[in-house]
Structure formats: structure tokens, C-alpha cells
Ligand binder design. Sequence first.
Ligand SMILES: [Zn+2]
Length: 87
Amino acid sequence: MLETMSSIMLLVLTIYSTFPIIGGLIGAKNNSIAAGVVLGLLLGPLGVLLMVMTLNNKRRECPYCYEVINNKALKCPHCQSDIKPII
Ligand SMILES: [Zn+2]
């Protein structure tokens, strides 16, 4: 009985330990590995889901004026510079 319980706990721990890793991997694409790991650790699958959502809503800094702009922007709305979009 005790053996079954500890193997279930081990399984749960194994599954749960993958969430910070997945979160970190998603965060790496968004320059926020630490945020992904912490979210995965604290919220588990919910944290991973949150990271996926932030990935779809990516924003970055304009290389010319450093204002935060949309990743798909071809022109900075702040300084009107032409920018290469990140796909
Ligand atoms: Zn700009």
C-alpha cells in the first residue's frame, strides 16, 4: 500500500517537474526563461498555458527608439523607422 502511494507521488512529481521545463522552453523564445520556469513551477499546466498566451502576444523594443512595439510591426509607430518583422 505504502509502495503504491510513493510510486503515485513519484509519478505526480515527475509530471509536475516537466512544467517548469516546458515553461522555460517557451520562455526562451520570449526572452523570459525565468518567468516561464517560475510560472510552470507555481501554476503547473496553467503556468505553461499562460506562457503560450504571452508567446502569441509577443512584443519587442524598437531598435531605434526603444519603445515597445508589436513584433509584426513593419514600421515603428513612435519614431516611424522601418523595422524587420520577427516571424
Ligand atoms: Zn521606434
